[in-house]
Ligand binder design. Structure first.
Ligand SMILES: Nc1ncnc2c1ncn2[C@@H]1O[C@H](COP(=O)(O)OP(=O)(O)OP(=O)(O)O)[C@@H](O)[C@H]1O
Length: 343
């Protein structure tokens, strides 16, 4: 069942369109990422989902109820981009305070928040919040979002500005929440965050959804693949590959027809193709191309590619020395199949 259903959602501030007619659904238990550059409309979208900003047009429903319904709020954990905490409180007193607001019995709240803080490895729980680092405060804010044990979590840039270790804790923890059946919607402008945990994403630019689907499927639909063909003899446009035991020469071409042509060239030169590798464009590059409007995907832009969710592919480092393989067997070394299905 869809946890969130968004139809024709639009928000204008004065004449300025911050979100332009969004449509999407988020399934129960899914991690859904909203990605985009600064000012793309991520926060505005999340606030409309959380019932904190009123849409100019369109609707957002959560479990069949309006986003601004009181019952929806009781079942929501919202993590704002900046979460000001009461500086004189300790994590424990702060979390107890919020548990009281939600009428959560103290003992239950304590068990819940302690286990969250244990999981996030928050140290110095008796320290004043005002004396804590940014990462520690973020962990406390995350624990706060869970104090009422909500089914839906809406996190605005949960890992932004955190060190890599804390970022990892937060992202892994997000995955665990979904594994426990919670639905998580989060925004990010760092694509690495999205790629490592999200089941599906939408890419927003200037308030508009410009791509959507699973990360592997977005990569397949919008990314370009190049082929690195390794031959035993030098060809016209090849470069020698250093460090390999046998002599190797690499030529980079854009499609399989060109790969076949190289096969003929190699044979003519008395050699053969010894390996073929594919290189997928990075998500970052795809994202930048989309944001600039480079690829001409016409009316399909922002529409769910057919069969999204069942495909996987992997980014390979083209500068790895070629591994032994059967030349031409499959024509690519990026595995297709369930590898990209993250759940
Ligand atoms: N209350 C407001 N009044 C006027 N304009 C606003 C308001 N809130 C947001 N905007 C504008 O709407 C656009 C989208 O803002 P939003 O905060 O949703 O983007 P974002 O994708 O979350 O950006 P960031 O990554 O920088 O947080 C921006 O141009 C912003 O300046």
């Amino acid at each position: 069942m869809a946890m969130i259903r968004v139809e024709g959602l639009r928000k204008t501030y004065g004449d300025f369109p911050a979100v332009v007619g969004s449509d999407f659904t988020v399934e129960t238990g899914e991690i859904f990422g909203i990605v985009g550059p600064n000012g793309a409309g991520k926060t505005t979208t999340l606030k409309m989902l959380a019932g904190l900003v009123e849409p100019t047009e369109g609707t957002a429903t959560v479990a069949g109820r309006a986003a601004d319904d009181t019952e929806t709020h009781r079942n929501l954990g919202f993590l704002p981009e900046e979460s000001p905490l009461y500086e004189d409180m300790t994590p424990r007193s702060y979390l107890e305070f919020f548990a009281d607001l939600y009428d959560v019995p103290r003992a239950e709240a304590r068990t819940r928040t302690e286990s969250t803080l244990d999981r996030l490895e928050l140290e110095h729980r008796e320290r004043r919040l005002g004396d804590m680092s940014k990462g520690m405060k973020r962990k406390v804010a995350i624990a706060r979002s869970l104090v009422n044990d909500p089914d839906l979590l809406i996190y605005d840039e949960p890992a932004s500005g955190l060190d890599p270790l804390t970022t990892n804790y937060v992202l892994e923890f997000t995955r665990e929440l979904a594994d426990r059946g919670k639905t998580v919607v989060f925004s990010a402008h760092n694509l690495y965050h999205v790629e490592s945990v999200c089941d599906r994403i939408v890419i927003l630019n200037r308030g508009e959804i410009i791509a959507r689907g699973t990360v592997p499927r977005i990569r397949e639909t919008y990314g370009e693949t190049t082929y690195h063909v390794f031959t035993s003899v030098p060809l016209e446009a090849s470069e020698p590959v250093a460090g390999s035991e046998a002599e190797r020469h690499r030529t980079t071409v854009p499609n399989m027809d060109a790969v076949d042509a190289l096969r003929d060239d190699a044979a003519t030169a008395g050699g053969r193709v010894v390996d073929i590798r594919t290189r997928e464009q990075s998500l970052e590059d795809i994202f930048l191309d989309l944001a600039r409007g480079t690829p001409d995907t016409g009316t399909d832009r922002g529409r769910e590619p057919a069969g999204a969710g069942d495909n996987g592919s992997a980014t390979r480092n083209p500068d790895d020395p070629p591994a032994p393989s059967t030349p031409g067997s499959a024509g690519r070394d990026a595995p297709d199949g369930p590898g990209g299905d993250r759940r």
